[in-house]
Design a protein around this ligand. Sequence first.
Ligand SMILES: Nc1ncnc2c1ncn2[C@@H]1O[C@H](COP(=O)(O)OP(=O)(O)OP(=O)(O)O)[C@@H](O)[C@H]1O
Ligand SMILES: [Mg+2]
Length: 254
Amino acid sequence: MAVIAVFNQKGGVGKTTTCLNVTAALSIAELCPVALDLDPQGHLTLASGIKNVSPDKSMAGFFKHKTPLASLLRDTPRGWQAIPAVLELAKIDALLGGDPQAANLLKRGLNEDLALTGAPIMIDCCPMLGVLTLNALLASDRVLIPVSADFLSLQGVHRLDSALNVLETKLKRKIARRIVVTRFDSRRKLSFEIYDKLKAKFGDVVCNTRISETVGLATSPMHGQDIFEYAPKSPGALDYRALTQELWDTDFFV
Ligand SMILES: Nc1ncnc2c1ncn2[C@@H]1O[C@H](COP(=O)(O)OP(=O)(O)OP(=O)(O)O)[C@@H](O)[C@H]1O
Ligand SMILES: [Mg+2]
């Protein structure tokens, strides 16, 4: 099973929402996913219903003290396992930024600790291409790129694609990627234009499934719930179920 980084350097495009709900859909399908929160904001941790996290028992413990990943796993109320994040994680960039080996820590940690479980590993990245995100990208087999259906987000995805191409050259390997359009509003012509432009430029890399802008997806994190628990029959639940199925059918999790 694959390691998947959910990343876009643009903020607020739906990275955490996508990571949470794809993880939840994989969990419902009994694939026992593991979610890693690599964003110091800790939004995935919060939305997964994980409470009372001390820094040493979070991803910060892994980067600062080399605590094995397996010992940091927490059970979430909905049944999958996760390693939470706290604000302390924001110090890792300053702490490890000068070390050329720092970007490989997570890859090594996953190989040593979690490789044998065979579970899909979903990583929620922060909106910056720093040490934490480099760790996620170097440890990942694939990158899932949420792009919200607005003009600035469309501009950002070209820069992100170029950055991933540069990284591919350095790493001497392909970084398989899929783009998913989020916050799609079918009442707006702009949403369709953005989707069409992305399809024209990136073709099959762009998922056919679009994630609609819905109240349920906006409200569910406030309750520490994924969309399948909060509103299982809502359009947001249907969209994330369809997205996970589409990714599954195209071997994204293998
Ligand atoms: N499809 C959607 N419909 C309605 N609200 C959404 C949708 N997707 C995300 N949101 C809301 O938009 C906000 C930003 O989403 P989210 O936190 O997933 O983005 P992000 O890319 O992870 O942000 P950041 O870059 O800060 O980590 C959240 O309040 C979330 O609930
Ligand atoms: Mg986020």
